[in-house]
Design a protein around this ligand. Structure first.
Ligand code: BV8
Length: 232
């Protein structure tokens, strides 16, 4: 087996479930209370900005109240100690990877703690609400929206992700159902470049058949065990 040097890790809502942040598709998932097209599309924001701002103000509050769990801490340890290339590509809008100490993190679907001004395109670290249309700290316009990639919008830093996948020797997917593209297609990308592929998830995902290996269990248990194995 070729030596593992470059690792790409994709994380989804499942890695933050044990930190109390709801996933999307579980029976008590976010999409139970809201239809995606009502809260997570640019059309929804044009149609009913208040509903969308209220939805993300609540998500932002929940993120601020959450704490990293042992899965986040294990990946932060791997980030500190791994001598080769490592990139944690997260679909999550929470900052629990960074709060656990991880640095090589990329938020492909945006961040709850960031506001984007649609007038001057400045981005601002944001921990309060947007429902009350506060002025943009840079240009003063009341034009701030959540800095989130909605359905139909292009995810962030796709070039950087594709080039990391092209160099990866190992691709690991953690806590994701494989239901949303382009993230759900990364395993094929990595495999097509010769990478070994591993899935760590509570249950088999829509993409399980595309992985060389699948390990099932709660992230807080199976992720630290895997990191221990890799770092030895
Ligand atoms: C785009 C931010 C084009 C918002 C999100 C190809 C085929 C079909 C459809 C498409 C396609 N290409 C594009 C599409 C359309 C669409 C799409 O994929 N639709 C789906 C529904 C079919 N994709 C897009 O629109 C993307 N944009 O394609 O743009 C473009 C091209 C050029 C120019 C302009 C545009 C953008 C998609 C991003 C949308 N934004 N998030 C927000 O957060 O509110 S997506 C959002 O949903 C998340 O970020 C994540 O990506 C997804 C949720 O999935 P998961 O994170 O996996 O969560 P889920 O609940 O589903 O699963 C949790 C898993 O964890 C489960 O498997 C469970 O077993 C496991 N688990 C639970 N507890 C634990 C656990 N595992 C371990 N331990 C535990 N304790």
């Amino acid at each position: 087996m070729t030596a593992i040097r470059n690792i790409v890790i994709l994380t989804g809502a499942g890695i933050s479930a044990e930190s109390g942040l709801r996933t999307f598709r579980a029976e008590d998932g976010l999409w139970e209370d809201h239809r995606v097209e009502d809260v997570a599309t640019p059309q929804a924001f044009r149609r009913d900005p208040e509903l969308v701002q209220r939805f993300y103000d609540l998500r932002r509050e929940n993120v601020l109240a959450a704490q990293p769990n042992p899965a986040h801490q294990a990946l932060a340890r791997l980030d500190r100690e791994w001598p080769g290339e490592l990139l944690i590509v997260t679909q999550n809008i929470d900052d629990l990877h960074e709060r656990a100490g991880a640095q090589r993190v990329l938020h492909m679907h945006g961040e709850a703690l960031s506001a984007w001004c649609t007038a001057c395109h400045a981005r601002h670290h944001w921990t309060s609400t947007l429902l009350d249309s506060p002025p943009c700290p840079a240009c003063g316009a009341a034009a701030l929206r959540p800095d989130i990639v909605w359905f139909g919008e292009m995810p962030y830093e796709m070039e950087r992700i594709f080039s990391a996948l092209a160099r990866a020797d190992l691709f690991v997917s953690i806590g994701t159902s494989g239901a949303v593209y382009p993230a759900a297609g990364f395993v094929q990308q990595a495999a097509s470049h010769g990478a070994r592929t591993l899935e760590l998830n509570l249950e088999r995902s829509l993409g399980s058949s595309m992985f060389d290996e699948t390990r099932l269990g709660p992230a807080s248990e199976i992720v630290p065990a895997w990191v221990e194995e890799v770092l030895g």
